[in-house]
Design a protein around this ligand. Sequence first.
Ligand SMILES: [Zn+2]
Length: 161
Amino acid sequence: MGEHRFLCDEMYKGLARRLRAAGYDTTLAPDGFPDREVVARACAEGRWLVTRDAGIAEHAAAGPCLVLLEQERPEAAAAELAARLDLDWYHAPFSRCLVCNTPLERPPAAVAARAPVDVAGPLWWCPACDRLYWEGSHTRRMRRELEALHQRTAGDDRDGG
Ligand SMILES: [Zn+2]
């Protein structure tokens, strides 16, 4: 069973960040990339193309891999997307780099040594962009956002199916 993967339109950076926080493999369309290329990339990589640009939807090839949203704000768009695709905001929290989407690893000792001395708990490291993550104010905030999205999603009335 495959899991959802996403390619977010460049206007959905905030949504892409939340999807990565939840652990979903999520890339962003490069700024100024032609619609046709964005569609081709999403289909080739087996990703849902998430956009609110109806112009993209006009590309015939986009049909099977397109999710056209109405909401603009990240939280609202996330809730709308979750209602469409049955997302789990606790899928794999903080398993991916929020900035570049790379799966996180345990840091080598030399990298771990960069963490502030008062950090308790596990460290995670992005081998692609060299960011170090730990349980701090930032992850707490993202965790609260995921919890809010989870509750919002769970509370939605679904039509079944
Ligand atoms: Zn990274």
